[in-house]
Design a protein around this ligand. Structure first.
Ligand SMILES: [Zn+2]
Length: 660
């Protein structure tokens, strides 16, 4: 053991910016890097990085460069002066020599961080422009002597300039009132007419307008296409360069084929090439390494046509893949032992394998606030004819989980009844959550069958809540089964116990914080959790108990075996309702246990939750990937490290991946 530590220490000294990376191997890894305004910035780990081959690492490295070179495009798409403003912020952050502990300077710094976090002037989620807390005169003093100082200050402080990124007020011309840089000098009507007049294949329509800006010049409407030789050419050429470099490290022909199609799309702007790329990409589920890179989501466009640029490089989560494979391979055993009427068990069940990946680099619309799952491509006809790729991103979810543990005030500490419960969650929570999700998705939804006479939509508006409850119960029931130990999925039944604690805690308390006071539970997953927990509380022979401590309400599991039995009984009931299509019984169950919230308890939960001051928006810094070369200059590894601060990473990106 000592030997390893020694080697790590030596390595750490050799590559100074690698120190934190080495620390990822022990317990000291800190997830939370910074908190400001309504944001929290975290770091994410690259699990099993060293089990990737050098070739795979180099592939990821090239794709990461291709990702980071597109970062500026997204800033510019959000608002046409964002890059100019960002450069002014970078100038101050790099050159200011005055007092950096001054309140006003700190206000400025918070503003700069918010600007980076949102990729521009507007709140990344709320769409509205936000402002610095320091006075305008102070800001101006920071920019003294800077070339466009007056213009920049006006852009930042004037409430009437670009007040909203994407407007959705129905009484206005939202193309005109939105600050996004997708239309210039053009009305909504003109934009719509322009696209309506283009004839396209209605069965297999191309994604019209996804890679262009629409402008009117001298009375003529034209599309400025984002491609090599067109708009954003500087960045797109770099992206192409790194995609071409990546080709030589591709794992297989499939990767080569779709990467070549993507390059063709960037070179020509041809929307047919974009579709062909998406078709080829969606078929590749075998590769370990994967990526998205392009003009993809259309949420930021008031007309829903223009794609914001984004990139996400990733690799398969090998552990999770192994785990879900074990679960899938034993799907029939779980089905055969399920606590439902034998005639409702499937004779032949195939588990649906969940695809779990780890992010390795985020950029554009994915940075710093990435999704934790991806389901692409977006074109309906491609999804219908060729299917889509749906993955969850494990290392980002894990980072959220561990970051929440690091906060001095956390929902766990507030709502868990005892230190023991907190300890159980810290020790087993991550694995038990992952297993619960895996079993819910791979087994739960795939299990059970309807009677021949039952129509598929018999449960109508209650079908979603009941279906989610069925999948949850299937997972919960087996999480406390000895079979889990036998299959090597859990070290002990404590993993299941931790899940029971957190499930009850969430179902009866924590999740209520997401509902406005006085309202009912309406979302299917929330109804499902409420239904199951409430049912256990009322019918579980005391296996779930209510406790009051210092005037606060808690719910605790007092008997895990009995709770498991109760979950089994409820699964029996719900499967029976589903298999027979008993609408009335389903309705009664959901309405009785899943919908209504006790007003006083709801009020208490909201007060307790709000007092925690939890930052609602989470984002990430990327790891730093660096080529390590031998004496002859040959790449022998790609090493991982982390920036010390959020600003450090943003400044580094601004310096390296931007047009001068
Ligand atoms: Zn589900």
């Amino acid at each position: 053991m000592k030997k390893t530590i020694l080697i790590i220490m030596i390595l750490a000294n050799m590559f100074s910016n690698n120190i934190i990376a080495q620390k990822t191997n022990n317990e000291e890894f800190k997830y939370i890097l910074d908190e400001f305004a309504d944001c929290k910035v975290m770091r994410y780990r690259l699990p099993d990085w060293d089990s990737l081959s050098l070739n795979q690492k180099q592939y990821i490295y090239c794709l990461s460069e291709a990702a980071l070179w597109g970062r500026d495009i997204y800033f510019d798409q959000n608002y046409k002066h964002n890059l100019q403003i960002r450069k002014a912020l970078e100038y101050i952050l790099t050159n200011y020599k005055g007092n950096k502990t001054d309140k006003y300077y700190i206000d400025f710094e918070v503003y700069a961080k918010r600007f980076f976090f949102s990729n521009g002037l507007h709140h990344h989620y709320g769409e509205k422009k936000f402002f610095p807390d320091c006075p305008k005169s102070y800001f101006a003093s920071l920019l003294k002597g800077y070339k466009d100082a007056d213009f920049i200050i006006e852009q930042i402080y004037n409430e009437n300039i670009a007040p909203i990124r994407r407007d959705n007020a129905t009484d206005k011309d939202i193309v005109k009132t939105s600050a996004v840089n997708f239309y210039e000098n053009i009305t909504r009507q003109e934009a719509e007419n322009y696209y309506n007049n283009i004839e396209i294949d209605t069965v297999r329509p191309v994604s019209l307008g996804i890679n262009s800006k629409l402008v009117k010049e001298n009375g003529q409407i034209k599309e400025l296409v984002w491609k090599q030789g067109g708009e954003y050419s500087f960045y797109i050429e770099k992206i192409i360069y790194w995609l071409e470099k990546a080709l030589s490290f591709a794992e297989n022909d499939a990767q080569k084929q779709y990467t070549n199609k993507l390059i063709e799309f960037y070179k020509t702007g041809d929307l047919k090439a974009w579709d062909k790329y998406n078709i080829l990409w969606s078929q590749d589920t075998k590769s370990i390494c994967d990526y998205i890179n392009g003009f993809i989501e259309t949420y930021n466009d008031p007309l829903g046509m223009k794609g914001t640029w984004e990139a996400l490089v990733n690799y398969k989560d090998l552990n999770a893949t192994k785990r879900t494979l074990t679960i899938c391979n034993n799907a029939q055993w779980f089905e055969d032992h399920s606590p439902v009427k034998p005639e409702y068990r499937k004779k032949k069940v195939t588990g649906v394998s969940a695809k779990v990946i780890n992010a390795a680099m985020l950029s554009g619309d994915c940075y710093p606030t990435p999704p934790i799952g991806i389901n692409l491509p977006n074109a309906d006809w491609i999804r219908k004819e060729y299917g889509s790729k749906s993955v969850t991103i494990a290392n980002l979810s894990d980072a959220y989980f561990y970051a929440s543990m690091e906060s001095p005030k956390s929902a766990l500490k507030e709502f868990a009844y005892s230190e023991k419960e907190i300890e159980m969650e810290k020790q087993h929570g991550q694995l038990s959550d992952n297993l619960h999700t895996d079993m819910h998705e791979c087994l739960g939804h795939a299990s059970g069958q309807l009677l021949d006479t039952t129509p598929t939509n018999a449960l109508k508006e209650y079908s979603s809540a009941l279906e989610e409850a069925r999948a949850d119960l299937f997972a919960l029931y087996y999480l406390m089964d000895e079979k889990m130990i036998e299959l090597g999925l859990v070290p002990s039944l404590e993993t299941g116990m931790a899940q029971y604690d957190s499930y009850i805690r969430n179902g009866l308390l924590v999740q209520l914080a997401r509902i406005p006071l006085g309202e009912k539970v309406t979302e299917a997953h929330m109804q499902d959790r409420k239904l199951i927990s409430e049912y256990a509380l009322q019918n579980g022979k005391g296996c779930v108990g209510k406790r009051i401590k210092d005037g606060k309400t808690y719910f605790v599991v007092t008997d895990y075996r009995q709770l498991r039995k109760t979950f089994g009984e409820l699964l029996y009931i719900i499967q029976d309702i589903k298999s027979r299509g008993d609408y009335e019984a389903g309705k009664n169950l959901v309405e009785k246990y899943g919908v209504n919230i006790d007003y006083n308890l709801h009020k208490e939960v909201l007060e307790r939750y709000n007092s925690l001051g939890i930052k609602p928006y989470g984002g990430f810094v990327n790891p730093i990937l660096k080529e390590k070369k031998d004496k002859k200059g040959k790449v022998i590894d790609i090493v991982v490290s982390y920036p010390k601060t959020f600003i450090e990473q943003e400044l580094e990106y601004g310096k390296t991946y931007s047009q001068k």
